[in-house]
Design a protein around this ligand. Sequence first.
Ligand code: ARG
Length: 569
Amino acid sequence: MDYKKTVAQRIKQLVELDIETIESLIEIPPKPEMGEFAFPCFQLSKVMRKAPNMIAKDLKEKIEKDGFEKIECFGPYLNFFLDKGAFIKNTVEKILDEGDNYGSSKIGEGKNIVVEYSSPNIAKPFHVGHLFTTVIGNSLYKILSFEGYNCTGINHLGDWGTQFGKLIYAYKNWVDEDALVSEPIKELLRIYVKFHEEADLDPTLNEQAKMYFKKLEDGCDEEVELWTKFRDVSLVEFKKLYETLNVKFDSYAGESFYCDKMDDIIKDIDAKGLLVDSNGAKVVMLDEYNIPPCIIKKSDGATIYATRDLAAATYRKKTYDFHKNIYVVGKDQALHFKQVFTTLKLMGNKWADDCVHVPFGTVRFADKKLSTRKGDVIFLDELLNQAVAKTLEVINEKNPELENKEDVAKKVGIGAIVFTYLKNHRERDIVFNWEEMLSFDGETGPYVQYTYARAKSILRKVEETSKNNETDIELDYNKLNSKEEFELVKQLEGFQKSILFAIDKLEPSMVTRYVIDVAKAFNKFYNQYNISNLKDEADKKAKIKMVEATCQVIKNALGLIGIEVVDRM
Ligand code: ARG
């Protein structure tokens, strides 16, 4: 039962306000002593020409109280106190009943959503910024699917563009074939960086690179063959990372996929009278929107990034008939997406309004800058390996006897990184700090996972002892009458609300914050009782159900942000 709705419906029977207004007025009181919901009577006072205190008193007399422990007035407020026993019973039973589906719904049924994420660039390392889009996108995909949306995950690989002309030049002049086999991306990066250094000294290199890219766009054999090679070796590396992270895509249609689809777009733009000549280049003017023009074709005839995005969006609409087309891309590309979406709109596509840029902040590691041009980058595989190694150290210290240590260290270590990314509002910049990230207390992945493992260990312990002495004591949720228990169940009950909030704001951190709160509430409860040694069997049984329910909710919530739980750590 949705308690807020029930409160609103009861009030609705007595007053002249519509249900949406009532719901929007309902507040959560600041203290538990004031109940779970409060309805302020100020607005009614204007309509009814009566003091709000009086209205509250009146409502208190008349309102249906069934299902609530009590309903009280606090001045101009009408406050509702849940019947705790019934609330706890309903919530815990619902969680255990629905299991892995607890929190899900069919709200999105019949709606298609395209989620584009990760989209690294071929022949360049996958860096910590790409990891940001990967984990946000992966989580949004999971969250939306959980609520019934039909999602398509797309990896819009950066596998086309003038940089391939540079790479072809660099390859022909400087490649070390052995290195290309053993560490392909590092070698491609090395020669790419070298290209920029050399081109600084001799700008004619840029002309050569342009020429090679033109040949590539024209489909010349040698250039296409080299490009395929760069793409293949890069993809092998990227897919290793996706496997480690357990991230999947439904499509790898990258920029090159749109090569043969751009002519139509350009013709369409031209036919609509939007294509303007600007110093030999073709552009769409966006002055009236106060943004620089969207460049469609460069003066040498080469198409660019934006043209491919125009083709991609059009293709996605045709292929997936999206309700929303989401781009999880860094905030430094905000202008680019504004230009693309505005151009689509000018072309007469109403659906341009359904295209959404979901930006995120920058990532730093202490003071290292993350730029591919200078080659001074943190490689992601190194980052992940370090997280796993450091977690293993902690496990060796805390629980050296643990089985499957490597597997646990992998899930917890990588989970710690994912958690760090998704912990705060996505537009906030992140500074990585190992100690903070891997700590078992504080708002971290390991803290939540450790909470889960501890809960699981109580369940194991109790199961062990009850094997020996079967009791048929009946379960009685009324035994759960402490403040800690009620607070925990209130948290557990709020899972779906946090998911819907996350969808509304396209903000996985709402789920991350939620699971932190659940873990905190659980630990308060857990520290209060020595559950496995409780003498009152009925009480123990009820508490165990609550531990089970908590495990289920933590597992579901972490799953939505792309983290796997471990039973022991
Ligand atoms: N490959 C680009 C980069 O690494 C991101 C692609 C973003 N997606 C898009 N549809 N433009 O910066």
